[in-house]
Design a protein around this ligand. Structure first.
Ligand SMILES: [Zn+2]
Length: 410
């Protein structure tokens, strides 16, 4: 009997140090740390007591985790004066002194590099015209020296780069980290972008469709800081979309979730590049709009014709707004977002009409949902995707802090 008890005790002791137990404890720590970081992110300034209230973790756990995060220079303490009595309180917020994130947008017409700190403040922006660069070799002939310079500059200041986020024209193979066959982007088919960049720069590299990086820019750094469900719609030469649900990017089975430009708007309409007929993109993108107007070739000309009261131009814009409204109703009923963000090169030409579109939309939505309808222009203009690419890395830090911080220590 005595032996049995002894053996049980030993087994129990062994259990404590079994590798799967260590992995489990790491997982618990990661999940707790992630929750703490998310709350600090949402509130920007929060006390330890409030962290206990918001996370349900014990004050001991909060003390330990925040201590560790302060040591790692991910968060820092600062004093805030609160209430009428002017009581000083120690608050926690993100520390912007140690880490930088690089965002890169690989666009058809332009490439953009941004450097941001942990609060999403843009420290540096570099933009280059790439319309004449064909294929990855020519493209990286321009980008490589710029990224190298940016990386060296950050490291020379004693700062740590958490990672490189990259926005690319979709669709892509997420498992392989390759671009599939982006339309109007010759030479990039099956290009192993993720591994090439990782090898070149030795940084944790995350790549994502540019409509989704744009959505992430709003979710992390823009309008959606405390919003968990949003749809970003980018309108330009094409129409793309990125869906964020419960704070996370939604891709779908084939990476096609949020391809709002390919919802059918005209039942027997023109054939689209995707193979479908009458997609919103065929009538609502810049080329789609201009194909329905015979008076000119640019959005500037169309805007001017509308200003002078040209009836064909007015009809073209009315149809454009009807398509937009129909698409938005479909987006609302399919995704039920808290926020819809509109961006892209077409948006400025439609901005003046947004209020009537919203008012009309309200009359077409479920009565109980209409008061919460919120449509806003994008926050970062032409830098949207590059900022969002950096936000991918921030999202990684907040969801898997132990993994990302361990990588930077190595
Ligand atoms: Zn289509």
């Amino acid at each position: 009997m005595g032996n049995d008890i002894q053996q049980k005790k030993e087994r129990r002791r062994e259990n404590v140090i079994q590798p799967n137990k260590i992995a489990y404890l790491k997982q618990v720590k990661q999940s707790n740390m992630s929750e703490v970081l998310e709350k600090i992110w949402q509130h920007q300034q929060i006390s330890r007591v409030e962290l206990v209230e918001h996370t349900g973790l014990t004050s001991g756990t909060i003390t330990n985790l925040t201590h560790e995060l302060i040591e790692l220079k991910v968060i820092r303490e600062f004093e805030a004066v609160s209430g009428n009595v002017g009581r000083r309180r120690v608050m926690l917020g993100f520390d912007t002194s140690q880490y930088r994130i690089i965002g890169l947008d690989i666009g058809r017409a332009t490439a953009e590099i941004v450097v941001v700190d942990l609060n999403g403040k843009i420290i540096r922006t570099i933009e280059r015209d790439m319309s004449d660069r064909k294929g990855p070799d020519e493209y990286f002939g321009v980008i490589d020296p710029l990224l190298t310079e940016v990386k060296q500059e950050i490291e020379a200041s004693g700062l740590t780069i958490l990672g490189l986020g990259v926005g690319v024209p979709g669709p892509m193979d997420y498992g392989a980290g390759t671009l599939l066959d982006p339309p109007n982007f010759p030479g990039w088919r099956n290009y192993p972008l993720q591994s090439v960049l990782e090898q070149k720069f030795g940084l944790t590299t995350l790549i994502e469709d540019d409509a989704r990086t744009s959505a992430m820019a709003e979710r992390w750094y823009g309008l959606g800081r405390s919003i968990q469900d949003l749809v970003f719609i980018t309108m330009g030469i094409g129409i793309g979309g990125g869906v964020v649900n419960e704070g996370k990017i939604v891709r779908g089975t084939n990476g096609l979730c949020g391809q709002v430009g390919h919802m059918t708007i005209v039942l027997d309409g023109k054939i689209c590049d995707c193979g479908n007929r009458g997609c919103w993109e065929t009538v609502g993108s810049i080329p789609g709009i201009l194909s329905r107007w015979s008076g000119g070739n640019t959005m500037e000309q169309l805007t001017e014709a509308i200003r002078t009261g040209d009836s064909e131009a007015l009809q073209c814009m009315e149809d454009t707004l009807n398509y937009l409204e129909t698409a938005l109703i479909n987006v609302y009923n399919m995704y039920d977002p808290e926020l819809v963000v509109l961006g892209g090169r077409l948006y400025p030409y439609l901005a003046d009409y947004l209020l009537p579109v919203q008012n009309h939309l309200r009359s077409r939505l479920y009565a109980f949902a209409k008061d919460r309808l919120r449509i806003e222009p994008s926050t970062f203009g032409t830098s949207q995707s590059a900022v969002g690419a950096a936000a991918l890395v921030l999202g990684f830090l907040l969801s898997e802090p132990v993994r990302l911080l361990a990588l930077t220590e190595a």
